[in-house]
Structures are given as structure tokens and as C-alpha cells.
Design a protein. Structure first.
Lengths: 216, 216
């Protein structure tokens, strides 16, 4: 298909598609004349993922480029491509290593992962630390500095709930046929389901609060 | 205590405390001389919440002021104060009502809440719509526009998981003694546990992916 059709089918303006092409977020079409190129279903799929990352997830262009590069590492297996792509997502500020609370938070996070049997997240040993692990440590430091509950026992029920969520997440991913589509869906759904989860939590809290404290 | 002690005990600089006082995020201390004021434990507690909202939650000062105002509505019961305070938190962009996908998303969200028996979230009837409900609708629109799963059956397992999370959340809130402290904790923990949940989900996904797709 031509650029105009790619734009119509994706709902992304031709100007934005050209911008994504210039930024390397979308691979070039097959040149047919000096000024025209031909695009295919893979462009359409990739464009969908780019929109999920940039327009919905508000992920900076540089990070999005890293995520997309990771998806294309053909010599990695599906699990590693998925891991590398999710690692490239933004994870917020890194923990402040000069803060003594960071060491304590690392200990708590490590114990939590041990207890769950999540021993492959790079939390220890010679593998690099997963950015989501650092994100967890930063969150525990914030809780502990402000004196809110953040002991192993406080965090465990949340981790167990996320374990069940991850099973649902991967079930959705496995509905897609090819490993390429699966890895793309995993990254998109990680990002797109975050506001779903946070809004449902706030609604569930309102409901639970009404049940416990509510008058009429 | 004097300003210097409030600063030392809270870990917030005196300049920042003065800024919070000017912005009305912290109520004035009891004047003892023209230049000095006396602060108490309630200032310390409030300062902790302000830091949770602004420094950790990155909530704009105006929204934080609204949240704090809601906490002080003494004529509301605990459930309503909690609701009003959480409603004042930022919830991202409102749904685009001119988009036909929004109507379909509202229908899905409404069916989901019906199925869960969450009938008090302002999703229908004459009560105003909860901002978390609009946040959910916006998220469903984004999923549907990009062709990702967002039917009632896709969303339900996430809602059930958040229902369990909300029970844990409110159990933590009930550890605090007074209604004032409980409402403050509910707001702070809504914000502070969001990065905990999102990071744990990413770690759990990595673990589940390794289990299903992982090689060595």
C-alpha cells in the first residue's frame, strides 16, 4: 500500500508517519519510484505499536527506538527479546545509592523475590539488575522514608496479586500467533494495561471503602 | 517544635516548608513571636503526606491542594472524605466524547462494574462520574483503537485482581487509629503503591515469560 493508505488504515497522519520514518521508529518502505514507497502489513502492525508506546504510553522517542530495536534482535529467543524490550521501557528515577535507605530497600526487595521464587530477574549474581527491580527499590525507599508500611510482609500480597496478573497477561500474549506478534503484544499490553489496572484499583478501593466505612 | 526541628524531623528543607506554607499545602503554625511559629505532630504528619503527593507522586501543587482540602471536610464521613480526596488526584486525560469509540468503551466499563457489583462508583444515575471511571474509559478507548483485547471478558480478570488488592489496601489503612490518619494513609498509599504494583507486574511478567518461553 502507499503512504496515503497506510495513513488511512492506521489512523496516523502522513506527516506523523514521515516523522516516525525519519526517527527510525518505522522501517522504510520498498522504494518504487524516487518519491514513492510501498508499505505492507508489517508496517501497519509496527505503527500500532509505536502509537501504543508514544501516543498512549507517552514514552520518549529515544526510549521507544530502544524498545523497537530490542524487538528486532533476531538472534535472541522470544523470552529474551521480550525481556530486553520491556527493560527498555522507562522505569522512573533510579534509586539513590548514597542513601542508606536504599541498601535496606534492596535487602527487602531481594527477600521478596526469593520468597516468590523469582530468581531470574537479575536481582543478584552477575546478571545486570532489571530496571523494574530498581523501580521497586525506589518505591520501597519512598515508602520507608515517609514511614509507610513497606516490610516484606506488607509487600508480599501485592506481589502475589501481580503474579496472577502476569499469568493473565501472558495468556493474552499467547493468543497471538507468531513470536514476533507475541513480543510486540507483550510490550504494548504492558504499557496499555497500566492505566486499566490503576483506574480499576481506585474504583475497587472506593467500593471497599464504602463497604467498610460507608453510611447510606 | 520550631521550623528547624520540623525540618530535621521531616527531612524537608526549611525553604521547602516555607514554600508549602505559602502555597497553603501546610496550615500555619501557632505564632509565638512576629518571626517565629510553633509546629506540632499534625504538621509533621501533613508534611509527610504532602511529600508523598508532590515529591513521590509528582502531583501538581494545585491538585495536591484540592486533595488536602478534601481531607479537611469535617462534615463528611470517612468514606466520603476518602472518596473526595482520591477523586482530586490526577487521573490523566478525559475521554474524547466526540469519538464514537468512547461510547462503546463506556458501555464496556459499565457492564464490567455491573458484573462486579460496583454500583456506587458514580458510573450511572445522577451521581457525578468518578474520575477513575473516566480514566478506565480512556484506557479502553486506547486499547480498542489499537486493536488490542478490551472486551468485558478481557478486563474482568484484571478487575478481580484489583478487588483483592483493594482489600489489602484497606487492611493497611485500618491499621491507623484515627479516621484522620486513615484517610491520609489511604490517599498516600494509593499514590505510593502504584510504582510498587507496576514494577512487581513487570518482574512477574519476566518470570512468567521465562517459565513459558525461556530456554536456559
Amino acid at each position: 500500500m502507499r503512504l496515503a493508505e497506510l495513513s488511512a488504515r492506521s489512523g496516523v497522519s502522513t506527516a506523523t508517519i514521515k516523522y516516525y520514518l525519519r526517527e527510525g521508529l518505522l522501517h522504510p518502505g520498498r522504494r518504487i519510484t524516487v518519491t514513492q514507497a510501498e508499505y505492507d502489513e508489517e508496517h501497519l502492525r509496527r505503527l500500532r505499536l509505536v502509537r501504543a508506546l508514544i501516543q498512549v504510553g507517552r514514552i520518549p522517542v529515544n526510549s521507544a527506538r530502544e524498545v523497537l530495536a530490542a524487538l528486532q534482535e533476531e538472534d535472541l529467543d522470544r523470552n529474551r527479546r521480550l525481556g530486553v524490550a520491556v527493560w527498555a521501557l522507562p522505569h522512573g528515577p533510579a534509586p539513590d545509592e548514597s542513601d542508606p535507605a536504599t541498601e535496606a530497600a534492596r535487602r527487602t526487595a531481594g527477600q521478596l523475590l526469593d520468597r516468590l521464587g523469582w530468581n531470574h530477574c537479575g536481582a543478584s549474581g552477575d546478571t545486570p539488575t532489571a530496571p523494574a527491580y530498581d523501580m521497586l527499590v525506589t518505591a520501597i525507599v519512598a515508602l520507608s522514608r515517609l514511614g509507610y508500611p513497606c516490610a516484606l510482609e506488607d509487600l508480599e500480597p501485592y506481589a502475589r496479586a501481580m503474579q496472577r496478573i502476569a499469568v493473565t497477561d501472558l495468556d493474552v500474549v499467547e493468543r497471538y500467533e507468531t513470536p514476533d506478534e507475541q513480543v510486540e503484544a507483550a510490550v504494548a499490553l504492558t504499557v496499555l494495561y497500566e492505566p486499566v489496572l490503576l483506574s480499576l484499583r481506585r474504583l475497587a478501593e472506593a467500593e471497599e471503602s464504602r463497604r467498610r466505612f460507608g453510611g447510606k
